[in-house]
Structure formats: C-alpha cells, structure tokens
Design a protein around this ligand. Structure first.
Ligand code: SAH
Ligand code: SF4
Length: 356
C-alpha cells in the first residue's frame, strides 16, 4: 500500500521533495485546491508528477455512502485503501446570517467529527463502535484526509474556519502518535492552518495518555467522556475504568495545559435509570469543583439489542438545571442528525447489516 501525501508535515515533505519550493506548491494543491490527481498539479514538471505518483497516492479515502439530515448534518462513510470503512460527520453549528439585501453578514459555521481508528479497543457497553471490536489504527494521512474530503465535498474554501472534534470511531489517545501528527498537519500555515484551539480531542479517559498529550503542548482542547460519577457504574459502562479510574482522570485533567479562556469539556452520556438522577448531578458538581469545566449532557441514542434506554427529557432538563444552579456551565447536546443515525458507529453498522 502506497503512503499518502497527507502523511507529511511541510517539514517532512521538504525532505522528500526537492527543491523546497516544490514542496510548498504541492502543499497548496493538497490543502488549498484539494486536488485528487497529479495531473491537476499544473505547475509541477511532468517528471516530478510521475515520480510522486510512483511513490505516493493523494487521497487514501473513497466516499461510499453519504446521508444528509434535515438539519444539514452530513454523515460520510469512507472506504480506506485496504477496504475497511470509517465514518466522518459534517455538522452545521451556526446558520448563515444575511442582511435585508441578502448579503451574507456571517457565514455558517461547521464542525467536522473525525474517526481515529477502525473500531475501538475500549469496548464501552453503550457504544455501537465497540460491538465490532478493534481492527486497526488510522494513519495520520487517513485522519487528515477526512477533513480535506469533507471540505472538498462541501465546497468549503481552505481559509474558511472549521472546527475539528476527534469524536468519531475509535479512541484518539489509543492512537496518539498518528493523532499528534495529524494535529500538526492541520496546523500548517501553508496548509489548512487550523489552530489547536479549533481542535478538540475526546477521550474515554486514558489518564496516562492525557498527560502525554499535555506534554506535547499542541494547544488542543480535551473533552472527557465521563458518563458516570462513581467507579462501579463507570466500570460497567467503560471497562478500562478499572485501570484509569475517575480520580486518576480528574488528576490528569488538572495537570493538562488549558488556554485560560477555555474550559475542559466533560461529556456525560445520560442513560435512563442509570445515571439520570439528581444524586448523580450532586456528585458531579462535587467531582468537578476546582476545574474550569463545562458539561455536555448527551441523550443516549438507542440501537437494536442495547439494554440501555434514552432518558426522559424532563430528567435531562432537571439534571441540567441542577448543574447550572450549582455554578457549572452545562449544555444538552441537541439531536443533530438524529434522522441519519447520529451516534458514533451507527452509519457503519447500518451499512453492514444492509449488506448481509
Ligand atoms: N472514543 C472517544 C471518542 C469517540 S466516541 C470517546 O469515547 O470519547 C464519541 C462520543 O460518542 C462519546 O462521548 C461517546 O460517549 C458517544 N457515544 C457513543 N455511543 C453513543 C450512543 N449510543 N449514544 C450517544 N452517544 C454515544
Ligand atoms: Fe471507543 Fe469512544 Fe465508543 Fe468507548 S465510546 S467504545 S472509547 S469509540
């Protein structure tokens, strides 16, 4: 399998391609023009284009399925070079605003939710991705290519801002080296120039790896998938909580370098009669005291054969009110793309069962 050109930071590409201004030109074709063939790299000599195509592919992904929801969410299923599949989601966060004359005064804002692995080793009891087990890590190029492909498919210019959340399939910190490389490629000034501030790594809580990510000082945000306030329930939901318990995660978060204007996001998946009571809300307030935190409550999104149920709206709202009344910022994740099987892993599963 040939490596992809998306694998390289500019510095690395400069060592692969001479003279150096050619590497910058290639970066422009890849990240400003989103080209998918060497023929489109018009200012490169034919000999160089031939040499490159001998050694590297450009896009390692192929769109095999696309589902568009009524709220503008688009879910993509990609096939990788080895035939494995992953999914990526295009989320509309803010609508475009126009004045009376129809001029756009504020462009719509989008977030891309990317995958970092095919499957996942963590095995969370509530997660569809976990059911298929773990297949392999994604390369940095396969992570980068998801963002380029979605910007290309949505005619989103390279200099328009985009946020990235590492919340698709897989546990990002279980693929830390490739994740870190992808974060760096995204940050390249000659490329997409997406700063760390616009990138959020969501983790199920590998506390030692949270420390490692912090030491890398990439300027990214973290989101912790907490989901439970006591270790017994958290271990039921996320088995590796035995090795990385709640206290160890909270300690790691306290050590993590955070932009002083920002908050650490704690995701709390709400499951009916499991963790939706005000006693849990009270414990959560206590647990997060002393941390600049923001809590995101997520409705559990049911799928066939899961023992867990979606919580009642009134319980969600009561939980949120309790947190807010006790000084925590708290949002409820709205059901973006609910009509296109929104939660992680669900598009992939649907395609697999349709194929059977
Ligand atoms: N592995 C990382 C990132 C990917 S999972 C992590 O766990 O944080 C992204 C998010 O999807 C997690 O917060 C997870 O809790 C959520 N998720 C998984 N299954 C879900 C379901 N059935 N309903 C709603 N959210 C779910
Ligand atoms: Fe992996 Fe995240 Fe799913 Fe848990 S919730 S199995 S960590 S993808």
């Amino acid at each position: 399998m040939k490596p992809s050109l998306y694998e390289f930071t500019l510095k690395e590409l400069l060592t692969e391609v001479k003279p150096s201004f050619r590497a910058k030109q290639i970066y422009g074709w890849l990240y400003h023009n989103y080209v998918t063939s060497y023929d489109e790299m018009k200012n490169l000599p034919k000999t160089l284009r031939d040499e490159l195509s001998e050694r590297f592919v450009i896009d390692p992904l192929k769109i095999v399925k696309k589902e568009i929801a009524s709220d503008g969410t688009i879910k993509y299923l990609f096939e990788l070079q080895d035939g494995k599949t992953i999914e990526t989601v295009w989320l509309k966060m803010k609508e475009e605003i126009t004045d009376e004359e129809g001029n756009v005064t504020q462009e719509a804002k989008y977030t891309i939710c990317v995958s970092t692995q095919v499957g996942c080793k963590v095995g969370c009891a509530f997660c569809l991705t976990a059911k298929g087990g773990f297949t392999r890590d994604l390369s940095a190029a396969e992570i980068v290519a998801q963002v380029v492909a979605l910007k290309r498919d949505n005619n989103h210019k390279h200099n328009r801002m985009i946020n990235i959340v590492y919340m698709g399939m897989g546990e990002p910190l279980d693929n830390l080296a490739n994740l870190a490389k992808a974060i760096e490629v995204f940050q390249e000034e000659e490329g997409l120039a997406i700063s760390g501030k616009r990138q959020t790594v969501s983790t199920s809580g590998l506390s030692t790896k949270i420390d490692r990510l912090g030491e890398m000082d990439l300027g990214v945000h973290i989101a912790i998938s907490l989901h439970a306030v006591d270790d017994a329930l958290r271990t039921e939901l996320i088995p590796m909580n035995k090795a990385h318990n709640i206290a160890s995660i909270i300690d790691a978060v306290k050590r993590f370098p955070i932009d002083t204007r920002k908050r650490v996001m704690f995701e709390y998946l709400v499951i009916k009669n499991k963790n939706d009571d005000l006693g849990s809300a009270k414990k959560l307030v206590k647990l997060l005291s002393g941390i600049k935190a923001k809590v995101n409550l997520i409705y559990f999104n049911p799928y066939p054969d899961t023992p867990y149920e979606r919580p009642e709206k009134k319980d969600m709202v009561a939980f949120q009110e309790y947190l807010i009344n006790h000084g925590l910022l708290c949002t409820i994740r709205d059901s973006k793309g609910i009509d296109i099987s929104a939660a992680c892993g669900q598009l992939k599963e649907k395609t697999a069962s349709e194929d059977r």
